[in-house]
Ligand binder design. Structure first.
Ligand code: SF4
Length: 378
């Protein structure tokens, strides 16, 4: 294990330490002490027979002071620093390449210690004179897996298959690197990069807890509601998230509310059928009182017909969700973006049906940094 396999928090009970990445499993273990089955810095200190206040010091060195090695952690005793070098090696991820879009978006190719890479994207707020602090806001889109096993047809990531899951610290490293690149405090995080977060549930939640924890606890201090987890629709993961103590925001990539169309676009999701998905989303809303959002890429001749629109309206009404319409971004797939007219027609129909809908202004498409365009390495 490296230090990136741990998350913020005090030591847990022994029962909570067994890794369990299956969102369908009994959640009692995950709800114990710190709400996750990923080992904490407190567990590490306990293992090294250290006082538990060292856990917070370690977290602060890692994520607030951003130390590059244990020798920089001068308020930790030298013998503890030596033990940590062996028990949980620290090797920071690196930004290997940065590509800048004309709209201010930047795509980062980030390489981890074992050579695996992912892409993350920084989206600074567009200057808005009406908003005094608009230039200070930075949203970071992060990945939770290198590659993805789900092979959605409109997505470049899925084409390379799954390379491996990322650890909690590797997920947080992306936010650190992009924030440092912009020299801005990260205000929002969207988990919409490579991978399906609920197929790497434990590490994803543990990574988000590092981002959400207050700086005094050694985290980034990003509010839970400013962190959005986007799933392709893994029902068991949605049910498990509903049960977590944090108020993370949920988005679901829907792309069609007709089963046959969705199965063609997202063949890896067939077992999470639309009926099960709708029930899980309604239960999520009932349990959390937070409305999920449905992401809907507008694809010409595929999901903008009258029948598709009617199905989307019915699905959104049933799940209390609002809808984000997304212009389809170019990948190698043989699919065409819907026209502006089709997009306006669909969004008008949603609004007429009383559903909150917006057409997302896509950014970073010129550097292949928009939704569905991220790949392994260049
Ligand atoms: S859209 Fe998401 S779930 Fe589908 S292949 Fe791409 S990364 Fe995986």
């Amino acid at each position: 294990m490296t230090i990136f396999d741990y998350q913020v928090g005090p030591a847990k009970t022994a029962k909570a330490n067994t890794p369990n990445n299956n969102p369908t499993a009994n959640n009692n273990q995950a709800k114990s002490a710190t709400g996750s089955s990923v080992a904490t810095y407190g567990d590490l200190m306990k293992q090294l027979e250290q006082p538990l206040f060292r856990a917070k010091q370690l977290a602060q060195w890692l994520w607030v002071h951003r130390a590059n090695n244990y020798d920089e952690m001068t308020n930790l005793p030298a013998d503890l620093r030596d033990k940590l070098k062996t028990a949980a090696p620290l090797k920071r991820a690196m930004a290997e390449k940065v590509v800048k879009s004309k709209d201010g978006t930047r795509k980062y190719l980030i390489r981890f210690a074992d050579g695996t890479s992912v892409e993350a994207v920084g989206l600074p707020s567009i200057d808005d004179p009406a908003c005094a602090d608009s230039t200070k806001r930075l949203t970071v889109c992060i990945s939770t897996q290198a590659g993805c096993s789900l092979a959605c047809v409109f997505c470049a990531t899925g084409r390379s298959g799954l390379i491996r899951n990322l650890s909690a610290g590797e997920i947080a490293e992306q936010v650190r690197i992009v924030g440092e690149g912009f020299k801005l405090r990260v205000s929002n995080v969207v988990v919409m990069g490579q991978g399906e977060p609920f197929q790497n549930y434990n590490a994803t939640l543990a990574g988000l807890r590092i981002l959400n924890a207050a700086e005094a606890e050694g985290g980034f201090g990003i509010g839970a509601r400013r962190i959005t987890i986007s799933t392709s629709g893994i029902v068991a993961g949605i049910r498990r998230l509903a049960d977590e103590p944090e108020q993370f925001t949920l988005a679901v990539s829907l792309h069609s509310a007709i089963q046959e169309t969705r199965d063609k676009l997202m063949p890896g999701l067939a077992s999470n059928n639309l009926n099960r998905l709708a029930t899980a989303l309604l239960d999520y809303w009932k349990a959390t009182h937070r409305r999920p959002s449905l992401e809907y890429a507008l694809i010409d001749d595929v999901n903008t017909s009258a029948a598709e629109t009617a199905a989307l309206i019915s699905f959104a009404q049933r799940t209390k969700a609002h809808v984000n319409l997304i212009p389809l971004n170019a990948t190698d797939a043989n699919l065409k973006a819907a026209t502006q007219v089709e997009a306006s027609k669909l969004s008008g129909a949603l609004r007429d049906a009383g559903i909150e809908a917006s057409i997302r202004a896509e950014r970073g498409a010129d550097i292949k940094a928009a939704c569905g365009q991220l790949t392994q390495a260049e």
